[in-house]
Design a protein around this ligand. Structure first.
Ligand code: ATP
Ligand code: MG
Length: 544
């Protein structure tokens, strides 16, 4: 059971939520929802004890499993250690013990401390911990030979599974997950859904993925109107309940206001005259009718519009027979891209789809010149300039400065007004333009990168999973912006809705190879079902 008592959290003048008292009960699966910047991650940090509330208290079970929003932070840690770190007490004791054993001369004091540490390790089941962690890893499909490798050798989906194993390690009574479906393909999302549905403790999970929330959650805790309200049911149930209750208050308020206006008219007309007792009672009535105060909803839509300074030539990029392999631990190499060719023409909107680990990010990194192919060539066309949204975009935002200063560092002749305007469109109006870059929420950081792309006005956009972290309003604003964009866009995404709204050509990475299909996502799906030669993928090159 997680209990929250009268919790208030504000940063400066901005209140995220006020005087919140809620409970999260075992065997229930709560989705924590709300727009970007509403305070979901902050609330989670308060539950985890990483952040203090301004007022109020929380009580959580002793053992909680945590998955943070930043899923890249264990890159230099061994895979098995990453799982063991899930038990903080145990991990700290193990580390201290190893350090002491490495000392040449043990003092008595150190010897005593070693005894204490062995006690802690025994209490935390430390002697079977490696075994347990290894079993968890096996369960998520990571072979024993890999357990001592560093996290950064793993593709994102497996990295994520290890982090989830970390959260599950040691049988936690509550599981707190911040945006677990980002970076996962559909198959892995299904795997995650199954795992969570079978979890019997208290689950609190943050997500912007409607489908995921609907299939996993029994309850929704929604952060909006500066408070947290718990609704029974899944995400869709919450949305309809929320709209209804707000609609009801709004219509009651309208009725009250009408009545008040009538009463005020009476008071104004007769207030000074003889009917003083009648006016008095009406004044009282006006006070009683005071409309229920409605806090403003946090839900806001950014305005995304990509312009290009000048158009590129007709041929934007010519890719000829490129290939790329990565060496594997067992000495073999994995050929991710094999003899792939394509020509990108001005104005095309290319959607790149496919499961995790098939090479989508590799392909984009080669397109933008961050990674050299092993063989083959990539030529960029005349006057083509590229804006890139990398998958781990947050690392591209330098810490220790304001959002405004960061954006300004990319501007050439643009003045303060233009930069302010762009930030305003991306919902950093007024003071929030001066937010520190390290405090930005996941979605806010993504919006700041969008502001940079809008500023640069390139004629080619290469976006690697841009919708991760974005709330529903922002995703739909992005889809519209890409549709309207006059330049060329190449977008990797697992978001089927975005791909089907935007893409005019599909590059599908599959286990059998890469299909290059001239058509929309729906046409591509149809083509897969039929044998019509025209609708078949133009080229399938076996890559594995
Ligand atoms: N240390 C801090 N100082 C000042 N402001 C902060 C700090 N940490 C977070 N904020 C602000 O508090 C708000 C809530 O941030 P939080 O990360 O909790 O949002 P979120 O709901 O998780 O959003 P997202 O969906 O984008 O992940 C944001 O506006 C953020 O900029
Ligand atoms: Mg967050």
């Amino acid at each position: 059971m997680i209990t929250i008592n009268g919790v208030t959290k504000a940063f400066g003048a901005k209140t995220l939520f006020e005087n919140v008292s809620v409970q999260f009960t075992p065997q229930r699966r709560y989705g924590l929802t709300g727009p970007n910047g509403a305070g979901k991650s902050t609330f989670m940090k308060i539950l985890q004890g990483d952040e203090d509330p301004n007022r109020g208290s929380v009580s959580v079970p002793k053992k909680i499993g945590i998955l943070r929003q930043d899923q890249f932070r264990y890159n230099d840690v061994r895979i098995i250690d990453t799982v063991l770190m899930g038990n903080k007490t145990l991990w700290a004791a193990l580390e201290e013990r190893d350090k002491l054993y490495a000392e040449e001369n043990l003092t008595d004091e150190m010897g005593l401390r070693l005894g204490e540490l062995e006690g802690i390790i025994a209490d935390e089941n430390g002697y079977v911990a490696e075994q347990e962690a290894a079993e968890l890893l096996q369960g998520i499909g990571i072979e024993e030979s890999q357990h001592t490798e560093l996290m950064n050798v793993l593709p994102n989906d497996l990295k994520f599974r290890v982090l989830l194993a970390q959260a599950l390690f040691g049988g936690p009574e509550a599981l707190l997950l911040d945006e677990p479906t980002n970076y996962l393909d559909l198959q892995s999302i299904h795997w995650l859904e199954e795992t969570l549905i079978n979890y019997s403790g208290t689950l609190v999970v943050i997500s912007h993925d409607r489908h995921f929330l609907n299939s996993v959650c029994t309850h929704i805790a929604d952060i909006d109107y500066e408070t947290i309200i718990i609704y029974t049911g899944n995400y869709d149930d919450m949305v309809s309940a929320k709209t209804q209750s707000r609609g009801k208050i709004e219509s009651e308020n309208r009725d009250k206001q009408k009545k008040i206006a009538q009463l005020q008219e009476f008071v104004a007309r007769f207030g000074a005259g003889t009917r003083s007792s009648q006016t008095q009672s009406r004044v009282k009535e006006i006070k009683r009718l005071e409309p229920t105060e409605l806090k403003k909803s946090n839900i806001q839509r950014p305005y995304i519009r990509f312009e290009q300074k000048r158009p590129s030539g007709r041929e934007v990029m010519v890719v000829k027979g490129i290939s790329k392999s990565y060496p594997q631990n067992d000495g073999t190499t994995l050929k991710v891209i094999d003899d792939f060719s394509m020509t990108v023409t001005r104005g095309e909107k290319i959607g790149i789809i496919g499961n995790n680990g098939l090479g989508k990010t590799t392909l984009l990194q080669m397109f933008v010149g961050q990674l050299a192919p092993d063989g083959g060539t990539i030529e960029t066309g005349h006057e083509a300039t590229t804006g890139y949204f990398p998958q781990d975009y947050k690392q591209g935002i330098a810490p220790g400065m304001t959002a405004f200063a960061w954006l300004q560092s990319f501007s050439k002749e643009e003045g303060v007004e233009i930069l302010r305007g762009l930030l305003g469109k991306m919902l950093f109006g007024g003071d929030s333009a001066l937010k520190q870059t390290d405090t930005l929420s996941g979605g806010e950081a993504a919006r700041l990168i969008m502001a940079k792309l809008m500023l640069e006005q390139n004629n080619v956009l290469v976006l690697d999973e841009p919708t991760n972290h974005l709330d529903l309003e922002a995703v739909s604003a992005l889809a519209q912006a890409l549709e309207k964009y006059q330049g060329t866009a190449i977008v990797v995404s697992h978001d089927r809705d975005l791909i089907s709204q935007v893409a005019t050509r599909i590059i599908a990475l599959t286990d059998e190879g890469i299909a290059d299909f001239a058509g929309t996502y729906e046409e591509y799906l149809d083509a897969l079902k039929t044998d019509k030669p025209i609708a078949r993928p133009k080229k399938i090159a076996a890559t594995r």
